[in-house]
Design a protein around this ligand. Sequence first.
Ligand code: SAH
Ligand code: SF4
Ligand code: F3S
Length: 443
Amino acid sequence: MPKVYIETMGCQMNKSDTERMLGMLEHFGYEETKEPKEADLLMVNTCSIRQLSEDKAFSLLGLWGKWKKESRPHIKIGICGCVAQQKAEEVFKRAHYVDFVLGTHKIYSLPEIIKRINNGEKVCECAETNQTEDEKAKEYSIDRVKAVNAWIPITEGCNNFCTYCIVPYTRGRERSRQPELILKEAKDALKQGFKEITLLGQNVDSYGKDFKDKSYRLADLLKELNAIEGNFRIRFVTSYPTDITDELIQTAKDLDKVCEYFHIPMQSGNSEVLKKMNRRYDRETYGKIVAKIRTMVPDVTITSDFIAGFPGETEEQFRDTLSAIDEFELDYSNTAAYSPREKTVAAKWVDKFIPEDEKIERLARLNEKVRENCLKSNKKYVGREMEILVESFENHKGKNIITGRTRNNKLVHVPCETDRTGEFLNVKITGCKTWYLNGEIVD
Ligand code: SAH
Ligand code: SF4
Ligand code: F3S
């Protein structure tokens, strides 16, 4: 049996694509290996959100190319994901040992591509499409990573064109997957023992906007998923601030399986910067949305993303980002220093670029603020009793520990002698650190 190794970089969307590509390859006789040196087919599923992610992909390809040249001429090398979509044929110039380039739009062409490269061809499949690949998706099973949570994409692509972001260029226009297929994938995952379903999209709240034959939105999908029998949880990411409707908040609150968790990237706390980012809200509007959710959904966790050092960002504007984290009590935020991306609007504002050392310095202050608020947020739960879904069991410094997640997405470490992965347990929160809570099982 030929062996395949896939290195996955980037977001959950890529992780989900990898699970689908492995499912396909297994159908055609490949076996997955976790050891790249054993593989006959090596693939890297790439991310291009920042320059660093792109560089990482090419340096891995370089290493594999060396193996191929020096000792293992028979191996085949492929690149897929967002860098592949963006660079297409250019990849061959930079890395001539690559056998195929597969973009993000047509992952189901993979079996055909493998046939062609095995006949000695070099293949580049990066055509864009404005349709989902629902029909093809039905033909193959998904080789999901063994875990408690199953990721299910509900939309692909993005129409927002934030001025810093490459995703609309690498993932194309927004397309919603059919509800029947999503429900089927959820039921299959639950049958396999998964205890949590996370719906994925760049902007989950626009789910269904593009359906011409029906009026069916995220709230409808959540209701249908919630009605599936069994004890499991439902989450959805990512939410675009101004697309979150009252109906959606109410639905999320009312449905017992939908967790009290919203990921709502703000990107900057300053309204002028937000305008230049082409985000369709200002600081005040974002604050109102967060406040509304907090009033309607008790114990809700709200997380965000922020960029430090966007072109032209002044020190004062950057401080608005720090104060927004405080003012809106954001429980946790992903952070990044601005990285110029090919084709995007902001990448052309070279004269406004913030020097590298200043961006790094702002990022460090931003991270410090995130740490501070995360600890503050965790402290609120000390003394409370909460339900966790256990995700893992490990021996840490001589002690057996299970790690689980609360409905509102807090990690909890609990001493436990046996592996309870996949179980729902009630725990009492006894203390906390910056990134997690400590708990004890309540009988
Ligand atoms: N759809 C989501 C974000 C997807 S990209 C949203 O609209 O919020 C994930 C995160 O990467 C973004 O939230 C942003 O904070 C970060 N990001 C995107 N482009 C970036 C760039 N050029 N430089 C630095 N960070 C970037
Ligand atoms: Fe990128 Fe903006 Fe789309 Fe998010 S909404 S994926 S940040 S363009
Ligand atoms: Fe995801 Fe990176 Fe592409 S964040 S959508 S893999 S650019």
